[in-house]
Ligand binder design. Structure first.
Ligand SMILES: [Zn+2]
Length: 310
C-alpha cells in the first residue's frame, strides 16, 4: 500500500467530535472533490469523487449524521486504470443547495465561493479539521524513502491561497504551483510535514515517517564515517535505532511527560542526536553523569517502551 493510502486509512477512521469541525472537514472535502452537475432549468446536483473507500464512507457518514442533507454512495470500476471511483451523490436541487449553503460554499447571496469562507475556519479546532478534509480529498504524501513531499491539489488559486494561509498560521512552510488545470500546494521540509501530520492526527504515519528518517539519518552518518571502526560504529548505530524507536513509542503513547526528569533529559538528548556515542550524550548533559549512567538510563527507557507493548 502507498504511504498516502496508509495515512488516509488512519485519518478516515478518526472520529470527528464536534459538529463545527465536522462541517469544516466536509467543506474542505467538498471544495477539493466536488462538482456541480447541471440538470437543466436551473436545477443541479452535487457529487464528490474519491478513490479511497474509507474516506468515502467517512464523508458519507459525516453528511448523514452532521447535516440535514441526504446522500448516497455509488461505486464505479475503472477497468482501464484498475481502480474504483466512489461517488457521494447529493441528489435533488434542494438537498444540494442546502448542503452547499451549510458548508459555506454558497454564500448568503446564493453565489458560489471558490475560496475558503472565513467563518468555516474561524476556530482552531475547525482549521485542523479543514486540513484533514482537504488531505483526505486531494492530499498525497510521497514514500519518504524517495524524498519528502506532501501536497494538496486545489482547483482554484483562491482555494490554494486560503490553504497556504491556514498552513502558514501553523508555521508550516508551503508553496503553490500551477499544474495542468489545477493549483498544487506542497510542503517539502520533513519538519513541516511532521507538523502538519501531527495537527491532522496522523500519528501512526508520523511514526512510520520518523523511523524512515532515522534510518536515513543513520545511513548517511555511516557513509560519512566510512573510515571509522566499522564494527564499533554499527553497534552504536544498532543501539541508537533501538533507543530512538523506544523513545518514539513512549512519545506516541503520551508517556514522555511521565518520565522522571533524569530519564526525560536523556531521552530528549538521544532523540536529537541519533548518532551520538554514550560519551557524547554524557557531555551534552553537563557531563554530570558518566557513560555507564547514560547507558543505564537508556536501557531503562527501552524497558519502559517494551512494557508498553505487552
Ligand atoms: Zn471545530
Amino acid at each position: 500500500m502507498s504511504f498516502s493510502a496508509t495515512a488516509k486509512d488512519e485519518l478516515a477512521r478518526k472520529a470527528t467530535e464536534k459538529d463545527c469541525c465536522a462541517l469544516a472537514e466536509l467543506a474542505a472535502f467538498a471544495h477539493v472533490t466536488g462538482h456541480i452537475e447541471l440538470k437543466g432549468q436551473g436545477n443541479f446536483e452535487f457529487y464528490m469523487n474519491t478513490e479511497h473507500a474509507p474516506t468515502a464512507r467517512c464523508m458519507l457518514s459525516l453528511i448523514k449524521t452532521r447535516t440535514e442533507t441526504g446522500a448516497r454512495l455509488i461505486t464505479k470500476e475503472n477497468r482501464l486504470k484498475k481502480k474504483h471511483i466512489y461517488t457521494i451523490m447529493v441528489e435533488g436541487y434542494d438537498d444540494a443547495k442546502k448542503l452547499l449553503t451549510e458548508l459555506k460554499i454558497f454564500g448568503r447571496d446564493g453565489a458560489m465561493h471558490f475560496g475558503i469562507a472565513p467563518e468555516i475556519v474561524k476556530r482552531d479546532c475547525c482549521r485542523t479539521s479543514f486540513l484533514r478534509g482537504a488531505f483526505l480529498g486531494s492530499g498525497s504524501i510521497s514514500d519518504p524513502e524517495k524524498g519528502y513531499h506532501l501536497e494538496f491539489v486545489a482547483s482554484t488559486q483562491e482555494f490554494a491561497d486560503g490553504l497556504l494561509n491556514i498552513l502558514s498560521s501553523y508555521e508550516i512552510r508551503a508553496k503553490s504551483i500551477a499544474r495542468k488545470d489545477a493549483v498544487v500546494v506542497y510542503v517539502k521540509e520533513s519538519d513541516s510535514i511532521i507538523k502538519l501530520l501531527t495537527l491532522i492526527g496522523a500519528h501512526s504515519t508520523i511514526l512510520a515517517l520518523e523511523n524512515i528518517r532515522i534510518s536515513k539519518d543513520i545511513m548517511n552518518n555511516i557513509n560519512r564515517a566510512a573510515n571509522c571502526e566499522a564494527a564499533n560504529y554499527s553497534k552504536t548505530v544498532d543501539a541508537s535505532i533501538k533507543q530512538v524507536q523506544a523513545i518514539m513509542r513512549l512519545k506516541e503513547a503520551g508517556e514522555m511527560e511521565r518520565l522522571s526528569p533524569t530519564l526525560f533529559a536523556v531521552a530528549e538528548a538521544r532523540l536529537n542526536n541519533h548518532q551520538a556515542t554514550l560519551n557524547e550524550l554524557a557531555a551534552l548533559l553537563d557531563g554530570k553523569v558518566g557513560k555507564s549512567g547514560i547507558n543505564h538510563r537508556l536501557r531503562k527507557i527501552c524497558e519502559l517502551a517494551e512494557k508498553l507493548d505487552e
